[in-house]
Design a protein around this ligand. Sequence first.
Ligand code: ATP
Length: 275
Amino acid sequence: GSERKGKPRPLKPMSFEEIGGQDRAKQELIEALDFLVHVDQISKFGIRPLKGILLTGPPGTGKTLLAKAAANYTDSVYLGASGSEFVEMYVGVGASRIRDLFKEARQKAAKQAKSSAVIFIDEIDVIGGKRDGGQQREYDQTLNQLLTELDGIHTTDTPRILLIGATNRKDVLDAALLRPGRFDRHIAVDLPDKKGREHILNLHARNKPIDEGAVSLEKIAEESFGFSGAQLESVMNEAAIYAMREDGESISQRHLSMAIDKVMMGERTDREATN
Ligand code: ATP
């Protein structure tokens, strides 16, 4: 029976268990987050606070999911933004948006009685790109404001603020951002290997009727070499659409193989369109 359960599900906080593969990234992230959790020890040993974690890797590999899971793990409020939101025509607007973001994080944490806040900025390279001579002043001010906010974080502050940045172009980041005391930890979030792909496929199969006897997700993991988590999520979704269109009871291996081709093809057309 593939009947839909009518009840709306409440938004559940993201947990590390819901992120497929990425074992090393998860472990490194949790180790870093434990610094935030054990703040008494940190100050006893005179260790400087962890202010920033940089997640680097290709699109769709789960960086946003990791940031949300980090907020949940540390019982923090979560605020997400994208670097492109800070790019404005008028000088100073980006900088004041950064200021507002940190202010909002502090207010939100206070209101929800949380002792910490995680601020996630995707595409951080848009504001934190290298400042070579010809670049616009707007970017400088925005980046400077971000550095000021980071430098203003102290161990004993409540709420504690952790900035998580994501980029797929670490090489273009300004050295000022990468200095100790700013983005202190760099964590690579790479494309999943076969085992990781199988794990991700399994996670996204959970709410779908799969022909358990006939489907090998291991085989699909093998066939989807080079796919990101986001692409694997699409594969499961497209396969479900094929199954539904055929009025079938469940998703078969053939639906999944067709879905792999579709997602691969889609990527190609996307690339051709932008080239
Ligand atoms: P971008 O850099 O493009 O923002 P990202 O690395 O932040 O990408 P996410 O936004 O975290 O990627 O992932 C997009 C979607 O892809 C997720 O909502 C999820 O459905 C799926 N996904 C990506 N990676 C994973 C993973 N490791 N496990 C499970 N699902 C994943």
